[in-house]
Design a protein around this ligand. Structure first.
Ligand code: PLP
Length: 374
């Protein structure tokens, strides 16, 4: 009998939570448009506003400050384009949806992938016009956690606004907009067990002016037109509430991740774990063994029924070297980087299956006689 598949790619998309599936199904059964005034519409509106209140409460914001979007990418674009700031400073390890939208001045990171605060200070001091600083709370590839409140404090001293991409952080570490001191936060449902294609941009100041990317019907207080994705939003809220409620037990996931890294270190010589010297999300391990190419490892693991990603997280399937590992000065090993990311349904046996398969693969490839390229 074929072994049960092992899913260790939660940072790409988490396994959907049963509570989210139930909430999506229930909301799909509501036929009204949340903007309609009749009873059907009011029921849909209640479902929408309950979800808004739940998401707001999870990150310490007010419900009016939550703008539902089609996901983390749109939330990031709305933050960067909606404030009207022309000067944007972003860390070199941000998600492509931050780095690729226009001219961005990059803030370097150190060898662990942590943003260089002194370099940020120099950039802030050099510029004439007020900037927007965009730094993620946790990195999708390495799990490295950024000193976002220190970034916000520094930025504020220079009159800059701050956006934090918390897409990978919510449900894995505490995310509180007030404590972080940022002006905007991006969230995404499918990273914590909700549906794909839904997320939110959360504002610290519910009345901050935000130029919409999408205009039309004026939904979301005019900040994001288009009938809201009610089933998606209901599923997002259900998943996020459960993920945050489970935070006190996140140590279980951290212990599994540590066990995985320890076991690989003990069986495979030459292991590198990227960002291991920094604070990391408890669920993420980005690792490499020299001589193993990520693509061949991914394919071999896939054949064994084990799903992980190559180093470049949201762009799994692309062979381009990871800009995150390159920014960390690790481009030489970047082609070997495998990202293992655990989540709410991960168990010890998943870790054991990965360790066994990866160990066998690494030792087989390393002991194979070298073939010279003709
Ligand atoms: N930001 C980070 C840190 C991510 O990992 C992702 C993942 O894709 C995104 C933004 C984009 O989110 P979404 O897939 O919801 O557009």
């Amino acid at each position: 009998m074929a072994a049960t598949p092992v899913y260790l790619d939660y940072n790409a998309t988490a396994l959907p939570r049963p509570a989210a599936i139930a909430a999506v199904t229930k909301a799909l059964g509501l036929c009204g448009n949340p903007s309609s005034v009749h009873g059907f519409g009011r029921a849909a509106r209640r479902c929408l506003e309950d979800a808004r209140e739940a998401i707001a409460a999870l990150v310490g914001a007010t419900p009016a400050a939550v703008v539902f979007t089609s996901g983390g990418t749109e939330a990031n674009r709305l933050a960067l384009q909606g404030l009207g700031r022309r000067r944007i400073l972003a860390s070199a390890v941000e998600h492509p949806s931050v780095l690729q939208g226009g001219t961005v001045e990059t803030i370097p990171v150190d060898g662990e992938g942590v943003v260089d605060l002194a370099a940020l200070e120099r950039l802030l001091a050099a510029g004439g016009e007020p900037a927007l600083v965009s730094v993620m709370l946790a990195n999708n590839e390495t799990g490295v956690i950024q000193p976002l409140s220190a970034v916000a404090e520094l930025a504020r001293r220079h009159g800059a606004l701050v956006h934090g991409d918390a897409v990978q952080a919510l449900g894995k570490i505490e995310v509180d907009i007030g404590r972080l001191g940022v002006d905007l936060l991006s969230l995404s449902a499918h990273k914590l067990g909700g549906p794909q294609g839904v997320g939110a941009l959360v504002l610290a100041d519910a009345d901050r002016e935000l130029r919409p990317l999408l205009v039309g019907g004026g939904q979301e207080r005019g900040r994001r037109s288009g009938t809201e994705n009610l089933p998606g939003i209901a599923g997002f809220a259900a998943a996020a509430v459960e993920a945050v409620a489970e935070l006190p037990e996140i140590g279980r996931i951290g212990a599994l991740r540590d066990r995985l890294e320890r076991a690989i270190r003990n069986t495979v010589p030459g292991l590198t774990v990227f960002g291991a010297g920094a604070d990391r999300l408890p669920n993420t391990s980005c690792l490499a063994v020299p001589g193993l190419t990520a693509q061949s490892v991914l394919m071999a693991l896939d054949l064994a029924g084990i799903a992980v990603s190559s180093g470049s997280a949201c762009s799994s399937g692309k062979v381009a070297p990871s800009h995150v590992l390159t920014a960390m000065g690790r481009e030489v090993l970047a082609g070997s980087a495998i990202r293992v990311s655990l989540g709410w349904a991960s168990r010890g046996q998943d870790v054991d299956r990965f360790v066994e398969a990866f160990g066998q693969l690494a030792n087989r490839i390393r002991s194979a006689p070298a073939v010279s390229a003709a």
